[in-house]
Design a protein around this ligand. Sequence first.
Ligand code: PXP
Length: 244
Amino acid sequence: MRLFVNVDHVATVREARKTLEPDPLKAALLAEQAGADGITVHLREDRRHIQDHDVVRIKDQIQTVLNLEMAAVDEMVEIASRLRPYQVSLVPEKRQELTTEGGLDVCSQKDRLLKIKERLVAHGILFSLFVDADAKQIEASHSIGADSIEINTGLYTELKDPGDVQTELAKIRVGARQAAALGLRVFAGHGLNIQNVEAIAAIPEIEELNIGHSLVAQSIYNGMGNAVREMLKSIAQGARSVAN
Ligand code: PXP
């Protein structure tokens, strides 16, 4: 099981001030040092978090590989063709959404996605599709020759009723089995955290996870104490220099 760390929301914090910190590249390098197998960024059309220069710096400086999430639009295909990341994951994108809502509708746009796939594969880029655990979408992904699918775990992570959670997990298991039987590599992601990841990691066909938001949240909890201690040290040093 590989873990790809999504550093989008490090950039979200930076963009809140339009400044240089925190730097998603720095976070990506720390994630790699801790054992991440790859780095994921979503270059959104509205550039609300990750910027074009982030993608270039991250691609050039990480030691592992870059998975570029993007909408199935010309602008992004051109950027990916120039940049040549290890993998592109196509996701649906709406301007108003807070985050990706639901999987890609592959069935209704097979011809268009096939053309995009051909352009990306010509550059040696692996081609992945973010889809719901839906038999028709998985079959369509296979029929256009995707290398992999990423099963949307968003709904599973949002449900509260234990019965509903089990029903959704069962759908994900069936989808993973179907995709693997078709020869697709199977990934999963969206909304995963320390608690809900275990049941997903227990699905044998799933070999790669994309996790972002909860890791950024945990980083704040795990890092705030040290950050405050460092700040207090600097303040004390300043205060001592006045006293002397
Ligand atoms: N996979 C896809 C396709 C996504 O769009 C996202 C969110 O950018 C993720 C995984 C990661 O989700 P989260 O940030 O909730 O861990």
